[in-house]
Structure formats: structure tokens, C-alpha cells
Design a protein around this ligand. Structure first.
Ligand code: ATP
Ligand code: MG
Length: 669
């Protein structure tokens, strides 16, 4: 393929954006207008103009979106060329930067990335110590408050709530002591590292010469600072986004970054795209009608060459059970009668918890599916155990991991000794690992406990050495380690049923398989493997399946950003869910509307929106109201109906006839 031919897949304004590779470029355009396609084609075009891939950096928000971009580029150029390009998330870029400079910020090079669940483990520990009996603080609430403070650049002393401020202060101090950073720290520290160290900044500026950011509307001020620090004097930076799809206000994303872009990178070429290549006009008009209700947006005219298409069905359901049954039956029918692949279908919802019922029904019908935003593979207990061992080997100061595995399996070190070691580590401001080495501490324990600890430390030292040897096959090492501690037997003992034990054993096996693959594919070592695993657990998009599985996608609207599916269901659209009840007090109704807009614009051909008259909450059936956004949807684009009417309808005769005709044809072959 030549450059020209590649660019032929673009319309004139897209092409103009792809061909302008020097200086700043700003593409602001509505959903499905080919922003991402323009970026990927732009990268391919650059590679064909002999720009080395190693000088190109493209950043986006989710791992899924980054993988998708990588695939799109790889399909246009040869694999070797594509591999040299860095296409990653902001978080993963920050990890790369921090691995080169975190020592200057007072951390050790081998820092551990704490995922949301590690973070909550640590917070729980702190809260127990800090909160008196009559106060109450959920780790989740604390972590949200801390995260938003960090993203606003606020320090503990800036907070009004004294308890949260104290928990925040301790949390931050302990993280540092543990040589661990959370997701927010990744960005904060990377920015700090580059700001405070001009030599490192220069080094990174020299490394990349061409920058692209997809989903630019969701960058927060830290990500914007990072971009400004990385982009060198040539200012070859192209950002693409849609102000109507900004859905991360709660993470500090700031639409004003779009306006600021022109201030920081003056005189950009501004490209507008108006043709939508994704959805039918009926779906587009529905989306446009809704988003028109937002204030202070840039008006866009979107049109599609994909024809009028079908009306969107808006269906009232009696209850959640019926809703799930209906959706699954519809999927089965569509698959059977219209030959639609399960991969082409998505069920979108506002909150993770909404997926459970749908999962159950899909399993019942043996329909393949993947959950994005549900419990991650890496959050399963047995996988977390193994990960904790490995994290501890890479960073002996990681107390959260140490506490997890010190009794998993039990090795003669009792709760009492562990409690004393923890207290000692707090008093001395050292890690528990160091406490276990301390002669004074050991002297306070029984001989038996001392022996158990010394065996444990000997074991840790041995594996720490091998884990940190460059040439080690860390997958084989992990296998040997699990064998040595009798992990499989332990799992068997703690499981309630042989089935459960079998499932957990298989998960460990699967994890090891993934590791073996990593060993043979990449050169980043165990550290790189653990980073990749941690980064995959970004709150919004934990994937159920380690591989990119196939089947119906169950996905939150947040995680669905940038993706598209021929047939979409948006389910559970009730007042209090979408818009979320929090949005009233937080004044984020516009953002909720944008979220709904993102949901609607994922659909290419067919869209169904459902809501329930009642829903079970804590066992009681509670009445629900339809979303107040429905009033803003254009009636002409909707087929409003309810479950009963649909259930009373005779089966679609035309479809049935078609089905039998095809059956007959097959049989006569
Ligand atoms: P979103 O705002 O949802 O991120 P987007 O603007 O990034 O959307 P893309 O995902 O790049 O849009 O494109 C939407 C669909 O339209 C894709 O299937 C893409 O391949 C197709 N498309 C984009 N541009 C063209 C084009 N010039 N010709 C044909 N198809 C196109
Ligand atoms: Mg996109």
C-alpha cells in the first residue's frame, strides 16, 4: 500500500488533517465522523513518508481504545513498522516516564502500582486506626475524596473535612513508604518529574517528535501539562475530540483544555468533520436532538450517508427480570433469524452493577459474552494472591502485598505476630519487611514464631534474587514458587466445593499461560509484566476476559467511548440511574446528558432503549420513573412501546417465513 492509497480512505477534510504533520492541528468534530480513523491513517501515512515509528506517540484514554488504534495502524502498514510506534494510555505513558526518573522524586525505581483494590486495602487499614467508634468512613468514599483532591491539585491541608484530610495525609505517607503509587500519582509524579528535571524533559522531548491525542475532550489539567512538557519546540501535535462527549468531569477533565489548546499551541490548523460514517440518520437525529439541550456547546451539523435506518425503540418494562429476558430473547432472535454475529451486539448501562442480571441470562442461554467494567480477571482472589507474591518480590516494601501473602498459605506466622510487626513498622516508620528483619522486634516473639519468620524471609530472599535477575524466565519461576508453597493444595483446602477449587486452579493456570506468553513475546521482564497487569485495571474498563474474547459486549457507557456496534441496547434508563441521582447535587446533569449521547452514538444500525417500572432494591420491589431525558428525545425518531404490547404481537411472519425458506434451502443442499 502506498501513502496515497492509504489516504484515499479519507474524505477531503480528514485527509487534510492527516497530511498536515508539522505544527499543531485541532480536529473538533462530532461522534463517528472518523476522528480516530484520521489519527490512525495519519500515523500510517507518516510511516510511509519514512518518519521512524519510534518518533511517533499517540495517546488515548482506555487500554481498549489504544489496542484498537494499534490494530488499525497495523492493518495499514507492515507489522514491524507499526511496532515501533508508541500508542498507549496516559497512565501507561506516565509509567514509562517514571521508570526513568522516579528516583529523583524520592521513590525507588522498582515502585509498585496500586490498583483500586490495593488502594482500598491500604485505606481500610488506615481508617481502622484513624476513625473513632462513633465516626464512619467507607474506604470507597475516602478514595474518591482523595482522588478528586489530588486531581484538583489539593493537599491534605486544603481539605475542609478534618478526618478525610488526616486519612489522605497518612495514606500518602504510607504509599511512599511502601514505595507504591496509585493511578492519580502516576500523572502527578510524571508531571513533577519532567518539570523538576530539565535533562529528563529534554530526553523525552528528543525521543518523540510527533504527538497525537485522541478523545482530547477528556484530558484534565494534569494531562494537558504532561502534553505541554513533552511536546518540543516543533509543536507537532494533533489532538482530536468532541466537546459533546466529555464525560470525565468527575476526574477533573476540563473542556476548557480545548480552548486552551490554541493558547499553548498557537495558530493550529483547525479541521471540522461533519459527515458521520457510523450511524443511520435516524439514530443521529435522536442523538442530536438530545445533546441540543446542553448549554454552552459548539453547535455541529452532523449528517450521515448511511440512509435513514430504523426507528429507535423505547420500551417500558415491568421489571428488571423481564427487561433482561426481553433483551436476551431479542439477541437470540437476531442471531438466529438475521445471522447477526454476537460480536456486533452491545448492552450498555450506566453502572457496573447493572450487568449482573444480563450476565446470568446470557450464561443460561449459553450465549458468549464479555464484560467490560465488571470484576476483572486480575481481581479474582487466586490471581491477586499470585500477583501479590510477584509484586512483593519486585518491591519488598510493599506491605499490602506482604500482608496478603504472609498467611497465604499459612506458614506458622500467627495473627498476633503480624499485628506486632505492623505496629512496629508504624512506630519505626519502616516497612513490615524491615520490621521482620529487626532483631529487637524478633526478640519480642516466641522461638517458634522467630523460626517461621526466618524461613519466610529466606524464601523471599531467594525468590527476590531470581525475580530480579534479568535472564530469568519469570513464568517458570512463578510456577516453581507456587509449587514450593503448595498453593494448589491450599486452594483446594479453602474452597467450598470441588468445582470452585477447579475454577480457581484453572484461573491460576490461565494466569501462568499469560505470563509464559509475555515471556516469549516481549523483552520488558517481570517488572513490565506487572506494570501491564496493573494498568489494565483502570477503574473504568476492567475486562472480564484476559484475552479479547468474543461475544455480546456488556459495557458501561463510560467504557464504550470510541467504540461502535451495529446493534445496541441501552438498558435501565431510569431517573436516578441516568441521570444518576448524584448528578443533581453535583450539578452534572449536562455531563449525564453527554454520557447518554455517547451511548446513543455507539449504535450503527439498531438501537433499543429500555427502562423498568420497578426494580428490586435490597430485596424490596421499588417503583422507578423513566429518565427525564426521554422528554428531550425527538418523538419522530422513536417507537415508544411497552413490553406487554410487544409480547402480545404475533411473531413476525415475514421473518419466520424467511427463516423457514433458509432452512429449506439448507436442507435441500
Ligand atoms: P467517536 O467520536 O465515537 O470516537 P470517531 O470520530 O473517532 O468517533 P471513527 O471511530 O474514527 O469516528 O469512525 C467511525 C466509523 O466510520 C468507523 O467505522 C470508521 O471506519 C468509519 N469511517 C470514518 N471515516 C470514514 C471514511 N472517510 N470513509 C469510510 N468510512 C469512514
Ligand atoms: Mg474515536
Amino acid at each position: 500500500m502506498s501513502v496515497k492509497k492509504g489516504l484515499l480512505g479519507l474524505n477531503p477534510p480528514q485527509r487534510e488533517a492527516a497530511e498536515t504533520i508539522s505544527g499543531p492541528v485541532l480536529i473538533l468534530a462530532g461522534a463517528g465522523t472518523g476522528k480516530t480513523r484520521t489519527v490512525t491513517t495519519r500515523i500510517a501515512g507518516m510511516l510511509y513518508s519514512d518518519i521512524p515509528g519510534s518518533q511517533i506517540l499517540a495517546v488515548t484514554f482506555t487500554n481498549k481504545a489504544a489496542a484498537e488504534m494499534r490494530d488499525r495502524v497495523a492493518s495499514m502498514v507492515d507489522q514491524k513498522m507499526a511496532e515501533d510506534v508508541t500508542i498507549c494510555t496516559f497512565h501507561s505513558l506516565c509509567v514509562r516516564i517514571l521508570r526513568t526518573c522516579i528516583e529523583r522524586l524520592g521513590y525507588k525505581k522498582n515502585f509498585t502500582i496500586y490498583t483500586a483494590s490495593d488502594q482500598q486495602g491500604l485505606l481500610r487499614k488506615i481508617i481502622v486506626r484513624k476513625v473513632s467508634k462513633d465516626e464512619k468512613l467507607e474506604p470507597k468514599v475516602a478514595s474518591m475524596a482523595i482522588s478528586s483532591a489530588k486531581n484538583r491539585g489539593e493537599r491534605p491541608e486544603d481539605l475542609d473535612d478534618a478526618l478525610i484530610a488526616e486519612v489522605y495525609r497518612t495514606y500518602q505517607r504510607e504509599l511512599r513508604q511502601l514505595n507504591a503509587v496509585d493511578f492519580d500519582d502516576l500523572l502527578i509524579l510524571a508531571v513533577q518529574g519532567l518539570k523538576e528535571n530539565p535533562d529528563i524533559k529534554k530526553q523525552w522531548q528528543r525521543r518523540f517528535r510527533y504527538f497525537m491525542v485522541d478523545e482530547f475532550q477528556d484530558t484534565n489539567h494534569l494531562q494537558m501539562s504532561l502534553l505541554r512538557l513533552l511536546v518540543g519546540p516543533e509543536k507537532n501535535v494533533c489532538v482530536v475530540g468532541d466537546d459533546d462527549q466529555s464525560i470525565y468531569g468527575w476526574r477533573g477533565a476540563d473542556i476548557s483544555n480545548i480552548l486552551d489548546f490554541e493558547r499553548f499551541f498557537p495558530g493550529p490548523k483547525i479541521v471540522k468533520l461533519e459527515e458521520n460514517y457510523r450511524s443511520t440518520n435516524r439514530i443521529l437525529r435522536l442523538a442530536n436532538g438530545l445533546i441540543r439541550h446542553n448549554r454552552g456547546r459548539r453547535e455541529k451539523t452532523l449528517w450521515s450517508g448511511r440512509g435513514e435506518g430504523e426507528l429507535t425503540r423505547l420500551i417500558a418494562m415491568p421489571d428488571a427480570e423481564t427487561e433482561a429476558d426481553f433483551v436476551i430473547n431479542d439477541i437470540v432472535e437476531e442471531h438466529r433469524l438475521q445471522n447477526r454475529s454476537y460480536d456486533d451486539i452491545a448492552i450498555l448501562f450506566r453502572m457496573n452493577t447493572q450487568s449482573r442480571l444480563f450476565e446470568e441470562k446470557l450464561r443460561e442461554h449459553e450465549i458468549p459474552y464479555k464484560v467490560i467494567g465488571g470484576q476483572s480477571f486480575y481481581e479474582r482472589r487466586e490471581v491477586k494472591d499470585v500477583l501479590a507474591y510477584l509484586n512483593l518480590l519486585m518491591n519488598n516494601d510493599d506491605d499490602v502485598s506482604l500482608l496478603r501473602i504472609i498467611t497465604t498459605p499459612p506458614r506458622g506466622i500467627g495473627e498476633n505476630a503480624i499485628g506486632m510487626a505492623t505496629q512496629f513498622s508504624i512506630d519505626r516508620q519502616c516497612s513490615i519487611f524491615d520490621a521482620l528483619h529487626d532483631i529487637e522486634f524478633l526478640a519480642s516473639l516466641s522461638m517458634r514464631a522467630q523460626n517461621a519468620i526466618s524461613r519466610f524471609l529466606e524464601f523471599l530472599d531467594r525468590y527476590t534474587d531470581s525475580a530480579n535477575t534479568d535472564s530469568v524466565n519469570y513464568a517458570a519461576m512463578t510456577e516453581a514458587m507456587l509449587e514450593e508453597i503448595g498453593y494448589t493444595d491450599y486452594v483446594k483446602r479453602i474452597c467450598k466445593s470441588p468445582d470452585e477449587a477447579d475454577m480457581r486452579r484453572r484461573n491460576v493456570h490461565e494466569f501462568l499461560e499469560g505470563m509464559h506468553q509475555h515471556v516469549s513475546n516481549r523483552k520488558t521482564g517481570l517488572r513490565g509484566f506487572l506494570d501491564a497487569v496493573a494498568l489494565m485495571q483502570d477503574k473504568e474498563e476492567k475486562e472480564d476476559d484476559k484475552e479479547n474474547g468474543t461475544g455480546v459486549s456488556l459495557i458501561t457507557m463510560h467504557a464504550a467511548k470510541g467504540l461502535e456496534f451495529p446493534k445496541c441496547f441501552i438498558v435501565g434508563v431510569e431517573e436516578g440511574v441516568l441521570p444518576h441521582s448524584r448528578s443533581v447535587e453535583e450539578g452534572s446533569r449536562d455531563e449525564e446528558r453527554r454520557l447518554f449521547y455517547v451511548g446513543i452514538t455507539r449504535a450503527m444500525e439498531k438501537l433499543t432503549i429500555t427502562w423498568c417500572h420497578s426494580r428490586r432494591r435490597y430485596g424490596d420491589l421499588m417503583p422507578c420513573m423513566p429518565s427525564s431525558f426521554f422528554k428531550e428525545l425527538d418523538e419522530d425518531e422513536l417507537e415508544k412501546t411497552d413490553y406487554q404490547t410487544l409480547a402480545d404481537e404475533p411473531a413476525d411472519e415475514e421473518l419466520a417465513a424467511d427463516y423457514f425458506a433458509r432452512m429449506k434451502e439448507m436442507l435441500s443442499k
